[in-house]
Design a protein around this ligand. Structure first.
Ligand code: FAD
Length: 332
């Protein structure tokens, strides 16, 4: 156990750029590494990713491990899990952090299995136990209705962290660090899948996962037309529209707007939940929001209990008045 040292952040590369989640992990990882008195490292995996190492240093990494190989152009489980196993066995970090993203969710259980260790997914907060130096992992349980703190006895301690749960450090290009290349050493025949085509999701305005304000509607909205009023408010607040599952199932809104267990996970500053009950499956996707405001006709609805502020009544009366007030405040 003593040989595992330091904190490593897996930095995803999206369209040739360092993804925001990587910089967030470096921000959170910096504090953990400082508390441990150990090193913060970053790992970059992909094709043509070496040029981003300096950026990872500017965001706080002391060392960056780069695995750059044309076979790693697209994320594929077979290749990335082999490469990450190699990196972890070589570097032996005490803590390995990934984002709670499609990649993180896919990679982490497989990687933990190969490394004979445990993993905690969807963490919201991480800290170091000052006595044991173990990583304490706070994550939502019971569909986001409670939080629990976990730790594991196996090393490396692997976690995924929810998007926006941590804040990046201010970029500082004068920070110095070391860049270390690691050969992928992949056997092409071991990669059993091929990426044939990529379809880019068309998003008008700000992406749901990145929006500082989300206005979400539920079954009580009743129609696609009803969602136009939510769009108007979201636009005014420079936010995005989300939904519970019934509006997506009923095709009132695209399926990509679903928030929850089987949808997107969001952690905005403000989550306005209109005519949705706050089922545990829905709360799984929005319980990390900094402030929840509920508009619901049922004072007993779970979302009302979870919300910081709630307005009880018919959304058709409340929302237009609310939107008018926002317009007035923005104009004044
Ligand atoms: C495996 C699994 C995965 C799931 N994944 C998800 C998921 O990812 N996301 C998700 O959302 N759900 C998910 N669900 C579905 C989930 O269980 C709930 O059925 C769903 O979240 C309910 O949606 P709702 O709150 O919009 O509808 P309801 O529970 O029907 O609530 C409607 C709410 O609107 C209020 N309302 C009605 N009319 C008005 C009005 N005029 N003014 C004000 N308030 C009004 C009501 O008081 C009520 O609280 C999943 C279910 C399963 C089994």
């Amino acid at each position: 156990m003593a040989e595992y040292k330091g904190v490593m952040a897996y930095c995803e590369v999206t369209d040739g750029k360092l993804g925001a989640i990587g910089t967030e992990l470096l921000g959170g990882g910096r504090k953990l590494a400082d508390d441990l008195g150990e090193e913060l490292t970053a790992v970059l995996v992909g094709s043509g990713v070496g040029g981003l190492a300096q950026e990872a240093i500017a965001f706080g990494a002391e060392k960056v491990y780069v695995v750059d190989d044309p076979l790693l152009k697209d994320y594929q489980t077979d290749s990335y899990v082999v490469v990450m196993e190699k990196v972890v066995k070589q570097v032996m970090p005490r803590v390995l952090m990934l984002g709670q993203t499609t990649i993180g969710r896919d990679l982490v259980p497989r990687l933990a299995f190969r490394l004979n260790t445990a993993a905690s997914l969807d963490c919201l907060e991480l800290s170091i136990d000052p006595d044991s130096k173990a990583l304490l992992q706070t994550k939502p349980v019971y569909g986001g209705n409670a939080y629990a703190v976990f730790t594991t006895e196996y090393y490396p301690q692997i976690v995924t962290v929810r998007v926006k749960a941590m804040s990046p450090l201010e970029r500082d290009d004068s920070r110095k660090g070391e860049i270390i290349n690691i050969e992928a050493g992949l056997d092409p025949s071991a990669i059993r899948t091929k990426v044939l085509d990529k379809v880019v999701e068309e998003v008008e305005g700000i992406k749901l996962e990145d929006a500082p304000v989300v206005v979400s509607g539920g079954r009580g909205i009743g129609s696609g037309d009803g969602f136009k009023q939510l769009e108007e408010l979201a636009k005014l607040l420079k936010g995005a529209v989300g939904a519970s599952r019934p509006p997506c199932d009923n095709a009132w809104v695209p399926a990509g707007l679903q928030v929850g267990l089987t949808g997107k996970i969001v952690s905005p500053e403000l989550y306005i939940a209109v005519a949705l009950s706050g089922s545990s499956q829905h709360m799984s996707g929005c319980s990390g929001s900094k402030n929840i405001v509920a508009i619901n006709k049922d004072p007993e609805a779970n979302i009302v209990k979870q919300a910081r502020f709630a307005v009880i009544g018919d959304w058709k009366k409340i929302l237009p008045a609310f939107t008018e007030k926002v317009k007035e405040l923005l104009a004044g």
